[in-house]
Design a binder for this molecule. Structure first.
Ligand SMILES: [Zn+2]
Ligand SMILES: [Zn+2]
Length: 465
């Protein structure tokens, strides 16, 4: 069980289905064989495939502690793999609803004559795995903009060492110093960074300067906390997973300084580098580990704490900053709204929810016996890894188990989402490698408790690499 230690939690997010072949197997009646198989990545669904004659099978999942969870027999699996699979038999999927799993225990009972037996690991298309950061270094190699080092501003050495957190978010601050925004030159700006460090260390008693980076009115970027990239700073009260960047100025009353083009351009480049490096969607929202919830990937300090930081005037520029960062990253995004939905079953147009995307959305009553589905059929214009997100308006009458699905080339992936939560934002369901010209169906089915409704509102595909 050593394998399922802490390192299992660091398994990367995957972008495609993987197989683990268990080879041929022959069992007499009454014989049985048990396999314990670690997965290549943290997963939420696993399927079983084979060539050969019928087999009695039981499949259990292993969690991060190495404990086994519920087991399933073949008849309890969802039948999800449908066309062109190349296998004589496909069991469909077993899902791990309560959290990611890291392996399975497979028990086969005879009689069985199997020419081939394999497990099919289904990549993450589940929002509960938002905590697992995308693999770093998978970006397009957008260079880090020039940064004035700690040596340049003659930093005092830090008084303790900090730890590292994989960056999923960027927190934007201001230093609330009007004088800093009026600084005439490099020498003054470097003195300003020094004095921020002195304030953080000797007045507030921190280890070191709190911010990871600072940006001055001249568009110069300054290294903050010692330790380099992804070091945990002290800037928003939570910190782990967030790169804190402070604009040197005062962007709300009484000073109302307005961030200039040089400052914004430097901030944009810094964000583009980090987003590219860490696979952060500049327009997206995701799990912020330090804060313990879903936040915009690029947020203002006031998005996580009651504060006027980074100032109204800076905060109002964040939507444009996100777009500028996305443009710099060369990310391609496709957005589909309600009017492009195709439907089966009974759907009604709604527009009363204020956190909808665009003008309206469709809703259908949950029902186990009267199916209703609504889906988009985007054509993939470019080969690459596409990140798939959906938007819905939340509400107390929504299904807690709305079924969101994607079908392409005979493969079907499903995600269960609680539509009472996470309304009014893009919710990332996962990423898939898709070739240009692929036809994909992505939609919503009316699963859920009787009396509740499911929502189909908008779909976004972002080319991630
Ligand atoms: Zn702040
Ligand atoms: Zn400067």
């Amino acid at each position: 069980m050593v394998f399922f230690g802490l390192c299992a939690l660091l398994l990367p997010q995957a972008n495609s289905v993987e197989h683990t072949s268990l080879g041929p197997l022959q069992l007499e009646a009454g014989e049985s064989r048990e396999f314990e198989i670690p997965s290549p990545f943290a997963f939420r669904s696993v399927g079983l495939a084979w060539r050969g004659s019928f087999v009695g099978v039981e499949l259990s999942l292993i969690d991060s502690q190495g404990k086994t969870k519920n087991s399933w027999t073949l008849s309890e699996c969802d039948d999800l793999f449908l066309e062109n699979s190349g296998w004589e038999s496909l069991s469909g999927l077993v899902h791990s609803y309560s959290g990611p799993s890291y392996g399975t225990i497979l028990r086969i009972t005879g009689p069985a004559i199997l020419n081939e037996l394999a497990l099919i690991w289904i990549p993450n298309l589940d929002s509960s795995q938002r905590q697992v950061p995308l693999a770093g270094g998978a970006g397009r190699g957008i260079p880090k903009p020039p940064v004035n080092s700690r040596l340049d501003w003659q930093a005092d050495p830090p008084q303790c060492s900090s730890d590292y957190c994989s960056t999923t978010h960027i927190g934007v601050h201001h230093t609330a110093s009007a004088n800093e925004y009026l600084s005439p030159d490099w020498a003054q700006c470097s003195a300003n960074v020094r004095s921020t460090q002195a304030y953080h260390m000797y007045t507030r008693g921190w280890c070191d300067i709190g911010y990871n980076y600072l940006v001055c009115v001249h568009g110069e970027i300054w290294e903050g906390r010692a330790g380099g990239d992804d070091i945990r700073g002290a800037h928003d009260g939570f910190n782990c997973g967030s790169m804190g960047v402070a604009m040197m100025g005062y962007f709300h009353p009484p000073h109302n300084q307005n961030p200039n083009a040089e400052l914004l351009s430097a901030l944009t480049k810094l964000c583009a580098w980090k987003c590219d490096q860490q696979g952060i969607d500049p327009l997206g929202t995701s799990w912020y580990a330090g804060w313990g919830g879903i936040r915009p990937n690029i947020y203002g300090h006031q998005d996580v704490k009651s504060t006027s930081c980074p100032g109204d005037l800076m905060y109002a520029l964040l939507p444009q900053l996100r777009l500028d960062v996305e443009a710099l990253c060369g990310v391609t995004a496709l957005i589909f709204d309600t009017s492009q939905l195709r439907t089966l079953g009974h759907w009604t147009t709604g527009s009363s929810a204020t956190d909808r995307y665009g003008n309206d959305y469709l809703w259908a009553s949950s029902s186990p016996s009267v199916p209703a589905t609504a889906w988009w059929e985007p054509n993939i214009p470019t080969t690459g890894i596409w990140e798939i997100s959906m938007w819905w308006p939340q509400g107390s009458n929504r299904s807690t188990t709305a079924m969101l699905g994607l079908r392409t080339g005979g493969r079907l992936f499903t995600v269960v989402e609680n539509q009472q939560l996470h309304g009014g934002q893009w919710n990332t369901l996962g990423s898939l490698q898709l070739p240009a010209g692929t036809s994909v169906k992505i939609g919503v089915a009316n699963d859920g408790p009787l009396g509740s409704v499911v929502i189909a509102d908008a779909l976004r595909l972002v080319l991630r690499g």
